[in-house]
Design a protein around this ligand. Structure first.
Ligand code: UD1
Ligand code: MG
Length: 452
């Protein structure tokens, strides 16, 4: 059990964005969301985000996943932590400080740092990394015995200190009481005139407490995001982690570098994901499915054995053994049944399509309820909108809809109906009827000669 305090009040100027930095997303989840989830997965029982710039926007976007402390003016990392003083005082167990813009930190690293901190009986453990290029980071100054002495910021560092390549990740494990004590002693006497959280190390050492450093094994975990280039790098690293987790779970992913699967997607075993597929958060895919190249699925629910080829499916459900695509567009609120065929250039919106129905080509079905085993000829259109209101079309089981039929809704079609090709249906059709709604063909023989 521990409390986590996440610093997220900074502006993020280099993002050049209207949106606060911590709300920019990596694999479908805000930067800060990743950090909150990592702390919870590591066992945090309380998470408090310190917000400042666009605080309301951040709170609204993240909602009640954590508590909030407000830092109205950004006077440094130490000052930010001071804003969570109440939460720190009430903390049962350690206080872990994390940065809201460091989405790649894992629960495992937080747990390992906590274990190290506990077994070393430290008052503070700083999470560090050894980098080839340490520029911009605070440097970890160690004494002759290897113990951490202090952290110096780049701007305050001597030439000798600048050569140190062990850096401060900005993440720490604190004993709660020690943190409260040290926060009370920080002063802004430094190059930036800020309250540095990093000063707490020296303060605690001087108070006779133990201070330690825990070096991460994977430097990616401490990557902070400051601009869109770093955002794309974090996206790529997270994408690899997510794809590898699915592959280890029994999912085949072809050319995984091209496959973008967001956080919170479920995929069953023996499903194959082809190149250039995007699966957005909330999508659930069963086993033995094929998701063909260039498909985009957003909050789609795809049942076992379905086969989706180069298609877009939004907030809709596709049942077992159904084939979709290529180039189909299933818009929100559709339920497509079992063993249905939705073919090329078919658009379906806010509709239910029951089992065994075939909509093979070039068809629009909107606001409709379609029964079982219906066959749609090419080019069927439900005319569901009169310019003001939308109306439903209902088609019974075992109907045969001829090519180029228009349904001017509202329309009810009974079971077993046949509709002649080219019909514009404006009235309900009783069951088992043949409906022909087009002008009868007239052939004027020898008309060409008479025209002369
Ligand atoms: C900080 C550390 C540095 C470390 C680096 C790691 C200090 C003094 N320095 O430097 O040793 O190597 O992080 O990335 O702590 N924030 C607030 N309120 C503030 C200031 C900052 O909430 O008043 C938040 C920022 O939004 C950010 C985090 O704290 O999430 C770190 O702040 P930043 O300004 O990036 O600190 P650095 O100068 O990078
Ligand atoms: Mg920074």
């Amino acid at each position: 059990m521990f409390t986590s305090v996440i610093l997220a009040a900074g502006m993020g100027t280099r993002m050049k964005s209207k949106m606060p930095k911590v709300l920019h997303k990596v694999c479908g989840k805000p930067l800060c969301g990743w950090v909150i989830d990592a702390s919870k997965a590591a066992g945090a029982d309380r998470v408090c985000a310190v917000v400042g710039h666009n605080a309301d926007m951040v709170k609204e976007a993240l909602g009640d996943v954590c508590e909030y402390a407000l830092q109205a003016e950004q006077k440094g990392t130490g000052h930010a932590v001071m804003q969570a003083a109440d939460v720190i005082k009430e903390a049962k167990g350690e206080v872990v400080i994390l940065n809201g813009d460091t989405p790649l930190v894992t629960a495992e690293t937080i747990k390992s740092a906590l274990e190290y901190h506990r077994s070393s009986e430290n008052a503070v453990t700083v999470i560090t990394a050894v980098l080839d290029d340490a520029a911009g980071y605070g440097r970890i100054v160690r004494g002759v015995d290897g113990g951490v002495m202090k952290i110096v910021e780049q701007k305050d560092a001597s030439d000798e200190e600048k050569k140190i390549n062990e850096v401060n990740s900005g993440m720490y494990v604190f004993d709660g009481e020690s943190l409260s004590y040290a926060l009370g002693k920080i002063t802004p006497n430094n190059a930036q005139g800020e309250y540095y959280l990093t000063d707490t190390l020296e303060i605690l050492l001087n108070a006779g407490k133990r201070v330690g450093g825990y070096a991460v094994s994977d430097n990616d975990e401490i990557r902070g995001i400051n601009d869109r280039v770093q955002l794309s790098e974090a996206d790529r690293i997270m994408q690899k982690r997510i794809n590898e987790a699915h592959m280890r779970n029994g999912v085949t992913i072809r050319n995984p570098e091209s496959v973008y699967i967001e956080d919170g997607v479920e995929i069953g075993s023996d499903t194959e994901i082809c190149p250039n597929v995007t699966l957005k958060s909330g999508t659930k895919i069963g086993s033995d499915c094929v998701i063909g190249s260039d498909s985009v699925l957003d909050r789609a629910v795809i049942h076992d054995g379905a086969d989706i080829l180069s298609s877009v499916i939004l907030e809709s459900e596709v049942d077992e053994g159904t084939h979709v695509g290529p180039f189909a567009y299933i818009r929100p609120n559709c339920r497509v049944g079992k063993n249905v065929k939705v073919g090329d250039f078919v658009e379906i919106k806010n509709s239910n399509i029951d089992d065994g129905t075939k909509i093979s080509h070039l068809t629009y079905i909107g606001d409709s309820d379609v029964g079982k085993r219906v066959n749609f000829g090419c080019g069927t259109v439900t005319c569901n909108y009169d310019g003001k209101n939308k109306y439903r079309t209902s088609i019974g089981d075992d109907c045969f809809v001829g090519c180029n039929t228009n349904f001017v809704s509202p329309i009810n079609v009974g079971d077993g109906v046949y509709i002649a090709a080219g019909s514009t249906i404006t009235e309900d059709i009783p069951k088992d009827s043949l409906s022909i709604a087009r002008a009868r063909q007239v052939n004027k023989e020898n008309w060409k000669d008479r025209r002369k």
